[in-house]
Design a protein around this ligand. Structure first.
Ligand code: PLP
Length: 399
């Protein structure tokens, strides 16, 4: 870091400022985490200098012996961790991994069935502002208005009516377990590819805190930086029969040279995720999310679907008379980082939103346990209710 301070004090200040921000407040963004020093060291290593287009043993550049070992390690560890037949660790991000899934299994114009964006789906699941909604023909499925959980009857009806090429299970803001067996049955009935986008919850699967989609899905896409606590990046797991299609869809179809420092850091993260300590962390994450959700409920918020089985909770905050957008700004002013979120059948437009999303991964990494969640919930509610022009909602470093 001394080198950076000498060479570029402006950027050094930014790095330090962000470190202080991460340490000095509560990090409740459900898709974020705090990586280990080992992962950070690998990300900041000389592996970043190496070009390695292709796959281990079949590169388009010389000098790949060391990076080949890193990618082989990452693949072997991920296969063992998730019981996957084939793994590709090269996607630069979750969205890049998802792009490759479309490239592997669909042609432009093909019908796709995926969760509605305002009900928790991701932009890459058919939103008009993403390639997925522009180049394919998405039909959204929804959550049931009463239970706020996936309406599997509707999924089946829509699948029979539209005969999608791909059915997507997985979401960005869905607090409950997904029934992969039902999705498999529906996909088989209409001869569709079942793709599970496990970006959010793959870390809970790695830590054996929730069931795995791997035995059910044709392909699973994931990010490595959320609950899994690795470097920013993506990955794909699939059945052996799809291995060639997936590998070609990543390189050369949609990416160039892989980020070998990130690939090696993924290997480190998979090793960390194979330990009993990681399993304890993963079960801590779900316990903390449930306790935080309960605490927020007891303070006047309403948990969408009645609670959570995962690392995140979605809270309807209409009863507090504050919009999701206002709550996000007020929490930010109070050093609590979270995001506004649409709730299912939200009466407010997406930029305003009637809800907030909270996640427990970063707090759990920092050592918070269930006994701390009442205090965290109380601080969030105090910030949400605070007059934004005063400092009443701001948490102090010793709070
Ligand atoms: N898929 C889902 C379900 C996500 O929640 C996200 C990101 O939050 C992504 C894909 C995209 O991941 P990335 O931001 O790494 O592109």
């Amino acid at each position: 870091f001394g080198e950076l301070e000498q060479t570029d004090p402006e950027v050094a200040d930014i790095v330090l400022g962000e470190l202080e921000r991460q340490r000095g407040g509560l990090q409740l963004i459900a898709s974020e985490n705090l990586t280990s020093p080992a992962v950070l060291a690998t990300l900041g290593s000389t592996l970043s200098n190496k070009y390695a287009e292709g796959y281990p043993g079949h590169r388009y550049y010389g000098g790949c012996a060391e990076v080949d070992k890193a990618e082989e390690l990452a693949i072997a560890r991920a296969k063992a961790l998730f019981g996957a037949e084939h793994v590709n660790v090269q996607p630069h991000s979750g969205a890049s991994a998802n792009f490759a899934v479309y490239a592997a299994f669909a042609q432009p114009g093909d019908p796709i069935l995926a969760m509605s964006l305002p009900h928790g789906g991701h932009l890459t699941h058919g939103s008009r502002v993403s390639f997925s909604g522009k180049w394919f023909a998405p039909t959204p499925y929804h959550v049931n208005k009463r239970t706020e959980t996936i309406d599997y009857d509707e999924v089946r009806d829509l699948a029979l009516a539209h005969r999608p090429r791909i059915i997507v299970a997985g979401a960005t803001a869905y607090p409950r377990l997904i029934d992969f067996a039902i999705f498999r049955k529906i996909a088989d009935e209409v001869d569709a590819i079942l793709w599970v986008d496990a970006a959010h919850f793959i870390g809970l699967v790695a830590g054996k805190a929730i069931p795995s989609p791997v035995p059910y899905a044709d392909v699973v896409s994931a990010t490595t930086h959320k609950v899994l606590r690795g470097p920013r990046g993506g990955m794909l797991m699939c059945r052996a029969e799809h291995a060639k299609a997936i590998d070609k869809a990543v390189f050369p179809f949609s990416q160039g040279g892989p980020l070998m420092h990130a690939v090696a850091a993924k290997a480190v993260a998979f090793k960390e995720a194979s330990t009993p300590q990681f399993q304890a962390y993963a079960s801590g994450v779900t316990a903390n999310a449930a306790a935080l959700s309960k605490s927020l409920e007891s303070n006047g918020m309403r948990a969408v679907s009645g609670g959570t089985d995962t690392h995140l909770a979605l809270l309807d905050i209409q009863a507090l008379g504050v919009s999701g957008a206002e709550a996000e700004v007020r929490c930010d002013a109070g050093r609590i980082t979270l995001n506004k979120n649409a709730i299912p059948y939200d009466p407010a437009p997406p930029r305003v939103a009637s809800g907030i999303r909270v996640g427990s991964a970063a707090l759990t990494t920092q050592g918070f346990d269930v006994s701390d969640m009442d205090r965290v919930g109380g601080l969030v509610v105090r910030a949400v209710k605070a007059d934004p022009t005063s400092s009443a909602g701001r948490i102090e470093l010793d709070a």
